[in-house]
Design a protein around this ligand. Structure first.
Ligand SMILES: CC(=O)N[C@H]1[C@@H](OP(=O)(O)OP(=O)(O)OC[C@H]2O[C@@H](n3ccc(=O)[nH]c3=O)[C@H](O)[C@@H]2O)O[C@H](CO)[C@@H](O)[C@@H]1O[C@H](C)C(=O)N[C@@H](C)C(=O)N[C@H](CCC(=O)O)C(=O)O
Ligand SMILES: Nc1ncnc2c1ncn2[C@@H]1O[C@H](COP(=O)(O)OP(=O)(O)OP(=O)(O)O)[C@@H](O)[C@H]1O
Ligand SMILES: N[C@H](CCC[C@H](N)C(=O)O)C(=O)O
Ligand SMILES: [Mg+2]
Length: 487
């Protein structure tokens, strides 16, 4: 139980009906989950409006209703609080309810179109190796030191975030690395969190269904930096043309990293091989198992962040050489017949191009590259022709298939990918809706030394169609297929 007025601390309140000096059991923003004594926060969503469900919440026993406008009909014994913004109020209340857990550890947010999971997971690994208790909030999982929890979002809702940060406090966690998605910022899921620092990886085409324009998408990401305190650090990749934009209005201490431009932290790629790359950072050499120039950026970002968080540089480089690839990011299997299958979470045009470029630099002869790729349903449609074009242009064969069609028709999504293929590349493409069949065809087409890239789903272990998820694991499937075909 908490006193309502305490959990409303620093929320912008415009009107109150009833007492805020009352106890509430918990905070809830879904009327279907309200329990006796809860404070229900109405928020405006993309599908519906939580304000429609205030009466339902009261009928289930809500003790308080937090909303953007006091309703005409109010129930006696229930406190109604009008706030400026429901989503913001929810986030601040969630933080207050769990005793501002972000204050009791060093929380670092990672944002950008690609690389958030990689950078935050590598920082988690690095600080574990350095002997600290560490937390992680990522697309793949939530970690409270060694304990794993499932997650449904890259940046979960404010209650889930703060609940897990509180558990981290209880477990003595000192550092927490979290992904901050643009949806998360826009829906104010991260408001009220106290960040020690924030990292920007890069910005490219994604989520234009939700943000409508690229400028709006960029400005949403920038808010993470705008809201940092003076004491925090803001670390940005200035080889990306939006890197400096992120720093424009921040009060935080500003730091930059780059491979090409002058920056506070710089690295150079000395060697790039299939099993790793050799980098030069601060006049020291570092061998890492993570390959590709995009991973050189990720590695440099974590080196810089670790330095800003106080890890000793040489010790940090030593530990960084032991970092393992993140699940579903350039995860590869080499068959008996020397066919290489790579599973990668590239689900944006930029990521797909980067991975195919990396594969290109690793080719030693006339190996064929066969790419199996799809685009998610109920997501940015404008990515589809662009990804279709990249896959067909940069591969010998591209097989277009399904990737979580959700409520859309798989064949219609594939047709939108096909529309981006240049006439000279149409002979290179095949379209096979069933993803397992598509992977099987790639395996059948592959000969010794060929490379199969299976892009888009990475670590995911399901395929989602019309709200139903069936087990589906790209890596497991391709490995078993190559073994069964005796290739
Ligand atoms: C488009 C989007 O982001 N939607 C998120 C949003 O839901 P919504 O706006 O659709 O909510 P809504 O259904 O309109 O409901 C509005 C309000 O009414 C309430 N309600 C609704 C019905 C009811 O009966 N009673 C009730 O009280 C709801 O609880 C909600 O508070 O708020 C929900 C609660 O936090 C999220 O679960 C949901 O994520 C959906 C499932 C989703 O797929 N989100 C993806 C796009 C997402 O967030 N992705 C990013 C990663 C992107 C990336 O970087 O690549 C992420 O951080 O995971
Ligand atoms: N720094 C980077 N720059 C460009 N592409 C990258 C970078 N790091 C990773 N990638 C590519 O993007 C894919 C997704 O990487 P990762 O999961 O780290 O990104 P993310 O930002 O967490 O994605 P999401 O928005 O889905 O959470 C990788 O599989 C790889 O192909
Ligand atoms: N965070 C991304 C993940 C996309 C992964 C891809 N496999 C898909 O399902 O579209 C999103 O929700 O848009
Ligand atoms: Mg992620």
């Amino acid at each position: 139980m908490k006193v309502l007025k305490d959990i409303l601390y620093s929320v912008h309140i415009s009107a109150v009906s009833g007492t805020t000096n009352c106890e509430v059991a918990s905070v809830c923003f879904d009327s279907r989950k309200v329990q006796n004594g809860d404070a229900f926060v109405a928020t405006r969503g993309t599908v519906t409006d939580g304000h429609k469900f205030m009466d339902k919440a009261v009928s289930l026993g809500a003790r308080a209703i937090i909303c953007e406008e006091l309703p005409k009909k109010m129930v006696d014994g229930v406190t109604y609080v009008a706030v400026e913004n429901g989503q913001q109020a929810l986030a601040i209340m969630a933080s207050n309810y769990y005793d501002t857990p972000s204050k009791n550890l060093k929380l670092v947010g990672v944002t950008g179109t690609n690389g958030k999971t990689t950078v935050s997971s590598l920082l988690y690994q690095l600080f574990k190796k350095a002997g600290f208790k560490v937390g992680l909030l990522s697309t793949i999982k939530i970690m409270i030191d060694d304990t794993e929890y499932p997650t449904s979002h890259t940046t979960p809702d404010a209650l889930v975030i703060n609940k897990h940060l509180k558990l981290m406090n209880d477990a003595g966690v000192e550092y927490c690395f979290m992904e901050v998605s643009s949806h998360g910022i826009h829906q104010k899921r991260t408001e009220g969190l106290v960040f020690e620092g924030a990292i920007f990886t890069n910005l490219s085409h994604d989520h234009l269904d939700y943000h409508k324009t690229f400028a709006e998408y960029r400005d949403t990401k920038k808010k993470l930096f705008d809201n940092l305190s003076k004491k925090a650090f803001a670390l940005t990749n200035i080889d990306d043309k939006n890197g400096l934009v992120m720093l424009q209005n921040t009060k935080a201490r500003k730091f930059t990293y780059a491979l090409k431009n002058y920056a506070d932290y710089r690295a150079q790629i000395l060697e790039n091989q299939f099993d790793g790359q050799l980098l030069k950072i601060d006049d020291n050499e570092l061998w890492t198992k993570l390959i590709g120039h995009f991973n050189a950026y990720n590695i440099l970002a974590i080196y810089a962040a670790a330095d800003l968080l106080g890890l000793e540089k040489l010790e940090c480089l030593r530990l960084m050489s032991e970092l393992e690839n993140v699940d579903g990011r350039f995860q590869y299997y080499i068959s008996k017949d020397k066919i290489t299958a790579i599973v990668d979470y590239a689900h944006t045009p930029d990521a797909l191009k980067n991975v195919l470029e990396t594969i290109g630099t690793l080719r030693t002869g006339n190996e064929n590259v066969i790419t199996v790729v799809g685009c998610g349903g109920d997501r940015d449609r404008s990515k589809r022709p662009v990804m279709g074009n990249i896959a067909s242009e940069m591969s010998n064969t591209a097989i277009f298939t399904s990737d979580n069609p959700r409520t859309e028709s798989p064949s219609a999504i594939i047709a939108e990918m096909e529309a981006g293929v240049e006439p000279q590349n149409t002979k290179k493409i095949l379209s096979i809706e069933n993803r397992e069949q598509a992977i099987k065809t790639a395996c059948q087409l592959a000969n010794a030394n060929d490379i199969i890239l299976i892009a888009g789903k990475g670590h995911e272990t399901y395929q989602e169609t019309n709200g139903t998820r069936i087990d589906f694991d790209d890596f497991k499937i391709v490995k078993e297929l190559l073994q069964s075909l005796d290739k």
